[in-house]
Design a protein around this ligand. Structure first.
Ligand code: ADP
Ligand code: MG
Length: 483
């Protein structure tokens, strides 16, 4: 049996394709969402999901959340006396999802389609795969979250070219993607986002608002990390309540004293205005990069629990001049789409064949120097070779020449980013290649960049005059780190 899993930063969810449709799988508590949290109890037992999430405020030193942000790195997470790699923690979540799914389905779950953010690089994808293996799951396929979301909303059932905009506001991240289907191929046409914008930031807005109402003593309490954790928990509850009510209590207990105030949705809206404004730019950028006007979109689909906030829906409606599609619960769409893909993989006859492609979410190029119109040399200029949002795998070649007489070698940095000056981009490595000494401009170097879904950039250099060839493999960095 194969299932679809949305392995999220805040919450994970699973679904299965059966009887011609995608169906969510409840966990042992009967919930469709399993918090992506791991905690070690005082007795040394491993707790996952809600049991772990509840210990975040009370036992922060023994509880881990948000580790998806670290996956693919060797950064250890300390829980009590034990240390874990991020992939170990993800594996514990996957193992609990697998176990819960087996109980629900009454059969063994051997493999899964697992979703990852579109910008995940090779290391992050590999670490996710490793986490699944450790959990006893064969990874049938990793698919991008926006692609899964679009499948969840039925993009594969449409006949013609249909661009969807996937607006995903989760616990800590904001991702916008344009996903398109034509001729049975699903493609992420462009993606943009803000790695530091999600529900957690809106919780801070609640705390600021509440602290203003409660006065200076509470502002001081927020300086104490333990108390702040409790205040954040309270803010999360209040904010969720404000999604359904015009006002809600904000209350918490610290050192036997209760702090309480009533917050109004209107005030919250004003307080969160700065955060709401930050939703605009990535949307415009995804549209611009995808070469699509808002009115050409077939659907704007809402994904991620934070899009349950009315202020977010209002902002999206304003931005697009229409109501977004929320026929699915925003926090279930990715898992349901992963199950559609699982159905496709198991060659389920209810589903027609589709394929998927991706784009390179950033530009890749080298550092060059150039003359201006007055003959002055300017160095540190970024020359993109692979431009942002090209469909991958992609390979492009450009020719560069020497600038000085009898130059013996060419040295250059390889960068990713969008800025004109390399200093504002991310350096991936430096390459040096010897060239035959000749007058300036008479030695040509072919520089080929190849980039594929794995996130590895292959740089092939060929010096025409000497026939010298070199190959370098560099790892691109997901755009998250670049902001
Ligand atoms: P992720 O993709 O980060 O794993 P989710 O899509 O599950 O996360 O979104 C988690 C976020 O959704 C949390 O920050 C949570 O506060 C928010 N959220 C869930 N339900 C609601 C609600 N009813 N109102 C406001 N925010 C909500
Ligand atoms: Mg998510």
């Amino acid at each position: 049996m194969i299932i679809g899993i949305d392995l999220g930063t805040t919450n994970s969810a699973a679904a299965v394709w059966r009887d011609g449709k995608a169906e969510l799988i409840p966990n042992s508590l009967g919930d469709f969402l399993t918090p992506s949290a791991v905690s070690i109890s005082d007795k040394g037992d491993v707790l996952t999901g809600m049991a772990a999430r509840e210990r975040q405020a009370t036992d922060p030193d023994r509880t881990a959340t948000g580790f998806k942000r670290l996956i693919g790195t060797q950064e250890k997470v300390k829980l009590g006396k034990q240390q874990f790699l991020p992939e170990d923690l993800s594996s514990l979540i996957l193992a609990s999802i697998k176990a819960d799914a087996e109980v629900f389905l009454g059969e063994e779950v051997e493999s899964a389609v697992i979703t990852v953010p579109a910008y995940f690089n090779e290391q992050q994808r590999r670490a996710t795969q490793k986490a699944a293996q450790m959990a006893g799951l064969k990874v049938d396929r990793l698919i991008n979250e926006p692609t899964a979301a679009a499948l969840g909303f039925g993009i594969h059932e449409l006949e013609k070219e249909h661009p969807f905009l996937v607006f995903d506001l989760g616990g800590g991240t904001f991702d916008v993607s344009i996903v398109e289907i034509f001729d049975g191929i699903i493609e992420v046409r462009s993606s943009a986002g803000d790695p530091r914008l999600g529900g957690l930031d809106f919780n801070e807005a609640v705390i600021t608002l509440a602290a203003e109402q409660l006065g200076d003593s509470v502002k001081d309490l927020a300086k104490n990390p333990e108390c702040l954790a409790i205040m954040r928990e309270a803010a999360e509850r209040t904010r969720r309540a404000l999604s359904d009510h015009a006002s809600a209590d904000y209350k918490f207990v610290w050192k036997d004293e209760e702090y309480k105030t009533e917050l109004f949705a209107d005030d919250f809206e004003k307080q969160a205005e700065g955060l709401i404004n930050r939703l605009r730019e990535p949307v415009l950028r995804a549209l611009r990069d995808g070469g699509i006007r808002a009115k050409e979109l077939s659907e704007v689909v809402m994904v991620g629990g934070s899009t349950r906030m009315p202020i977010v829906r209002k902002a999206v409606t304003r931005l697009f001049g229409r109501f977004p599609n929320h026929s699915l619960h925003p926090d279930h769409a990715v898992a349901l789409g992963a199950a559609v893909q699982a159905g496709l993989r198991s060659r389920n006859s209810d589903l027609k064949e589709i394929r998927m492609t991706d784009v390179c979410p950033f530009s890749l190029g080298i550092e060059v120097a150039d003359y201006d119109q007055f003959g002055n040399v300017h160095s540190g200029i970024f020359a993109p070779i692979i431009e942002r949002n090209r469909t991958i795998p992609t390979s492009k070649m450009q020719i560069f020449s020497t600038m000085s007489h009898n130059q013996k070698d060419i040295r250059f940095g390889v960068y990713q980013g969008e800025a004109r000056n390399v200093s504002s981009n991310v350096k991936l490595g430096e390459i040096k290649i010897s060239v035959p000494p000749k007058p300036a401009g008479e030695v040509q170097m072919e520089c080929r960049f190849s980039y594929d879904v794995s996130g590895l950039l292959e740089v092939d250099i060929h010096v025409q005059q000497s026939g010298k060839k070199e190959q370098h493999i560099l790892a691109a960095i997901p755009w998250k780190k670049m902001i």
